[in-house]
Design a protein around this ligand. Structure first.
Ligand SMILES: Nc1ncnc2c1ncn2[C@@H]1O[C@H](COP(=O)(O)OP(=O)(O)OP(=O)(O)O)[C@@H](O)[C@H]1O
Ligand SMILES: [Mg+2]
Length: 455
């Protein structure tokens, strides 16, 4: 017999939108450290991918401490894509935090504080604890959505009804917004084995159930057995938080035990260096007791040349620390002035930082590679194109930039759909190309007005 029970959960975090790099599943490098031309959603750029793969290996063996990685190359050559590939190779619950070099400048906060926070968000702590949990294979899942109150075009999960099944019993639950949002965020679907903390509603995805009816022929993920016993049980619950999550919790409830850390709160609060120190101390104690493991993630700093000398020196010093993430930076500048000084330097970086960096360069793509990448993007966004339309996008990519072509592809897809067509025609590409200028055109456009204003 099924039964309905309420489980409430923590306040949902912000949901990530599908980005321009969602097609990237890894670096596409084999055991012999060779990059395949097309693999894991990655195309070409083989030398850079092989170098990045070595970085991942070193990181996994803990040999990257005190060092960082710099990806340097012209715009649209896949620097950000490479960083995403590194993150995917590191594993699912490894934090990946993106910061743009200019994001550290704000009126309210010191830039070093913003940097420190980003570094702590990029370090995961995997905790093990005995908890009362609901566990089972998801045999039915219905998520109900509602419009976001701040943006009616954006649907957010509001509640869900979920059936969990073990070898012994089946129970149906009504869950609130917090649990529903986590289910969506974790990509839980029917046939997955999951655990829900009974007290806090925190959700953990264990894996694909081996008894699931809907197993794909090639299942890339490891399968787990369908759980035994009751749906509700006392069991070791494993979940990952970041040092920053712990900082926030400690700021609110100083000195309380591990159990209280499971509660989620969302109010903002300043975090002092004492709090950070006590979190570090607590975490190292847990690690010694075998109740926690540290998972260094990736802090990716895009457009690192936007940072000034103060921020850059802070980074160089921070890399020496004990609890640091893998820092990957990207820039599309060559020799340029270090911001905040009048000194010119390679990539606009000071020498003490450069000394600590492994440098990977990326090169421009040829037309064939652009074609392959656009093909993958079209499949990812489920956009069908007529051959002629596709060819003209490839041409645009080769003439302007890959990034521009990727953007036009999505917009051409939207245009075709709004004309109730399931295929993109050459006219769609022509039309969006006319509507949206690339950088070069935009500059010329402004220059024209400039000269009119001055004359
Ligand atoms: N080798 C690749 N394989 C597959 N997709 C790629 C590859 N390189 C780039 N892309 C895709 O092409 C688009 C543009 O690349 P990306 O944004 O990574 O360039 P970038 O070097 O970071 O540019 P910028 O200097 O402007 O920041 C993205 O959608 C990216 O995912
Ligand atoms: Mg980029």
């Amino acid at each position: 017999m099924s039964e309905i029970r309420e489980i409430s959960g923590p306040t949902p975090k912000r949901l990530e939108r599908v980005g321009a790099h969602s097609h990237i599943r890894g670096l596409g490098v084999d055991e012999n450290l060779r990059a395949k031309l097309v693999a894991d959603g990655m195309v070409g750029q083989t030398r850079a991918r092989e170098a990045a793969y070595l970085v991942v290996k070193m990181a996994k063996e803990g040999k990257l401490s005190g060092k960082g990685v710099l990806v340097a190359g012209p715009p649209g050559t896949g620097k950000t894509a490479l960083a995403v590939g590194i993150a995917r190779e590191l594993g699912e619950d490894v934090p990946f935090i993106v910061l743009s070099g200019s994001e550290i400048y704000s009126a309210e906060r010191r830039k070093t504080d913003v940097l420190m926070e980003a570094m702590r968000k990029a370090i995961g702590v995997r905790l093990h604890e005995m908890r009362k949990i609901y566990e089972g294979e998801v045999t039915k899942l219905d998520v109900r959505y509602a419009s976001n109150p701040y943006n009616p075009y954006y649907q957010i999960p509001r509640s869900a009804r979920i059936t969990l099944e073990t070898k012994k019993q089946s129970r149906t639950f009504e869950v609130g917004e917090g649990v529903a949002a986590q289910l969506v965020e974790l990509g839980v679907r029917e046939g997955d084995v999951i655990q829900i903390d009974a007290e806090t509603g925190r959700v953990a995805r264990v894996g694909r159930s081996s008894s699931s009816k809907e197993l794909y022929e090639i299942e890339t993920e490891k399968t787990v057995p369908k759980p035994d016993g009751d749906v509700m049980k006392e069991k070791e619950f494993i979940y990952t938080m970041t040092l920053y999550d712990l900082d926030e919790l400690f700021a609110r409830r100083r000195g309380s035990g591990i159990a209280s850390l499971l509660f989620g709160f969302s109010a903002e609060k300043e975090i002092s260096s004492e709090i950070r120190a006590s979190v570090d101390e607590q975490v190292s104690e847990w690690v010694k007791e075998g109740r926690a493991e540290i998972i260094p993630g990736v802090l990716f700093i895009d457009d690192v040349h936007m940072m000034d000398i103060e921020a850059l020196s802070f980074l160089a010093r921070a890399m020496e620390g004990e609890l640091v993430p893998i820092i990957v930076m990207a820039t599309n500048r060559g020799i340029t002035t270090i911001r905040g000084t009048d000194v010119k330097s390679p990539f606009g970086l000071p020498l003490d930082l450069l000394d600590r960096l492994v440098i990977i360069t990326t090169d421009k793509y040829n037309e064939e590679e652009i074609r392959e990448i656009l093909k993958i993007r079209a499949a990812e966004e489920k956009i069908e194109l007529e051959k002629e339309a596709f060819d003209s996008l490839v041409k645009i990519g080769a003439e302007t930039s890959l990034r521009h072509a990727v953007q036009l592809l999505s917009m051409a897809g939207v245009r075709a759909r709004s004309m109730s067509r399931d295929k993109v025609l050459p006219e769609d590409v022509e039309e969006v190309k006319k509507l949206y200028t690339d950088v070069k055109q935009a500059m010329e456009h402004l220059r024209k007005y400039e000269s009119e204003l001055l004359s």
